[in-house]
Design a protein around this ligand. Structure first.
Ligand SMILES: *Cc1c(COP(=O)(O)O)cnc(C)c1O
Length: 382
């Protein structure tokens, strides 16, 4: 959380003000070449699939640099390009690509690092569709995955095989928010010459900077905090210029899961208030968590910035805040009581997703019931 990060930096004076200024510059100005758009303060939604040229020489030049030159919107759109610059800067990455969903971003990032026969070591219970990507879709193409309890980084190393190419992290992890020691996993990956991908959706670029810690690719579901208003579905991949350029020419352009210019514009607008939204969310969640933790009917609250969280020290080491997501385990005698608790909440909507303006509750008991009625996947496919 920014508030905490700034507190920690306050003593360092100049660095503190530089970071303040940079963050404000990134979300308010970076990438916005206003002179090109009538000095409009808010950038235009360039709702065009293609771009015309005065002569063939300039057309050829644009075609040679499809990632940065508006030629065809699947490759480059001016509104999306503004957003890419902001997201890369926020993640302290050299470059970023934006996708039509977080799942599309994860699929493109993972595919960019693998071939048939390769092996992945992945944190146990990642986001459900990441799990399906690895264990069902990619399994059909000869990619194997070992899922590990990643609270101990040594488990990554123990699972490495001769054909391992990729270590996949999601810290905090879905539902129970366990962390991985990012610096330790990076060290293992470097020693074994492996690539690393992290899903940084929960922490956001403001609370955790995996690229600065040596992670190769960072992905986000921008449907959550980055968009922030529950009105878009989008995803982001951030990394070095080299990796992102290759990913652009292959997975990004061939799979074509791009964001629309209008959704990109909504995300730019969402980013303007990202620091404010996150600091408020962190602050109020700390209060709700503290209240729940002393309540006799609550068995346990999972929130990395609670002093009772088993990895609290690691949370403080590698994150500067935690946003508003937590899970609570109720002392319920039967599942029906959990349903009852959720249905009696006054200010919480019953819905999936997170990271918007609204408070949401999602009972895992409902999920377990749903899972039992979904038929198992057929042997040949999903
Ligand atoms: C929502 C989510 C995703 C998937 O993102 P979509 O935008 O819904 O495709 C991936 N990872 C995490 C942690 C998420 O919460």
């Amino acid at each position: 959380m920014l508030y905490l990060r700034f507190h920690a930096l306050e003593k360092r004076g100049l660095l503190y003000s530089l970071i303040m200024m940079n963050l404000s510059y990134i979300i308010n100005h970076l990438g916005e070449e206003r002179a090109q758009y009538f000095n409009a303060v808010s950038p235009p939604v360039v709702q065009s699939s293609n771009f015309a040229f005065a002569d063939l020489a300039s057309m050829r030049r644009a075609l040679q640099d499809e990632k940065e030159s508006p030629f065809y919107t699947r490759g480059c759109n001016p509104t999306v390009r503004i957003l890419r610059q902001k997201l890369a800067a926020l993640e302290q990455a050299e470059d970023a690509l934006v996708f039509s969903s977080g799942s599309a971003a994860m699929a493109a990032a993972v595919l960019s690092q693998l071939s048939g026969g390769d092996h992945v070591v992945c944190v146990a219970k990642p986001y459900s569709w990441t799990n399906k990507l690895l264990n069902q879709l990619l399994a059909r193409f000869g990619v194997s995955t070992t899922m590990i309890d990643a609270t101990d980084p040594a488990h990554y190393e123990a699972a490495i095989q001769p054909n391992t190419r990729l270590l996949l992290l999601e810290s905090p992890n879905s539902i129970t928010f366990e962390l991985q020691d990012i610096a330790a996993v990076v060290e293992i990956a470097r020693r074994h010459n492996l690539r690393t991908i992290i899903d940084n959706s929960y922490a956001t670029p403001l609370f955790q900077s995996p690229i600065a810690m040596g992670i190769d690719l960072v992905i986000h579901s921008a449907s959550k905090y980055l968009g922030g208003h529950s009105d878009i579905v989008a995803g982001v991949v951030c990394g070095s210029k080299t990796i992102i350029s290759r990913l652009f020419s292959h997975e990004y352009m061939t799979l074509g899961g791009i964001i629309s210019p209008h959704d990109a514009w909504l995300m730019i607008r969402g980013l303007r208030t990202l620091p404010l939204r996150l600091s408020r969310s962190h602050e109020t969640t700390m209060q709700v968590v503290a209240y729940l933790e002393q309540h006799p009917k609550i068995a346990r609250v999972n929130f990395p910035f609670s002093p009772s969280f088993p990895q609290y020290e690691l949370a403080k080491k590698q994150m500067s805040g935690c946003g508003g997501l937590f899970s609570a385990e109720l002392r319920a005698a039967e599942l029906g009581q959990i349903d009852q608790f959720c249905e009696r909440l006054h200010y919480f909507l019953l819905a999936c997703s997170w990271g918007g303006h609204e408070s949401l509750a999602f009972p895992m008991s409902a999920l377990y019931t749903a899972q039992t009625i979904i038929p198992p996947p057929r042997a040949a496919g999903i």
